[in-house]
Ligand binder design. Sequence first.
Ligand code: SF4
Ligand code: SF4
Length: 203
Amino acid sequence: MTSEEIKISKSLENGIEFSCQMCGDCCRGFNEGEVYLYKDDILRLAKFLNIEGEEGLKKFAEKYVKVINDSFFWKEPGATRGKTYKFKTLGFAFTGGDEHCHFLDEKNRCTVHNARPFQCRCFPFWKMMVTSRKKVIEYSKKCPGLQASLKGKGRYYDPQEIQKWANAEYEMEKKYFLKIKGKNFDILKVYPFLPKKKLKEVK
Ligand code: SF4
Ligand code: SF4
């Protein structure tokens, strides 16, 4: 698949209204999912938190990061068929009984808002959501902002903006996939600062 093939669902062709209601549930991975982290996210957060050098990144990874399983469909240029590759990537390690992001405060505010990861930034315009009306409805059961959106309430986003977010997400995933593929799927070669013991904690 290429980003050009990401086609937003018919239901979004006239755009959509959406405003976050700050319930914080997506900062708890909706109690089931993950908040993905890519290299640019980690470097931006480290800078925001005044974390410096490889030692600083090690400490950051120790506290805030976990390794998660991921997959990506890829077709080599010129090949007739592609396949789904499985590999490891990074996400936020959650904390507390309600498994929340370390950067969520008690009033459900993001304390790193200006440096938050791309995945937080582009919600709800994740590729899987914008290509499937079914997914929007499924996630509206977990997100009050989307519930209101289905009733036409919130800030208006036009289809070009929605498409832009979905493409950017795909490109980010692809960039990471090609990087780890080039390193024979060894995540420690992509993130040398990652403590090895984190690999043993993968579920
Ligand atoms: S679940 Fe929806 S309403 Fe709640 S914080 Fe996330 S985006 Fe906002
Ligand atoms: S970085 Fe901010 S927006 Fe993202 S999960 Fe954490 S608290 Fe939520």
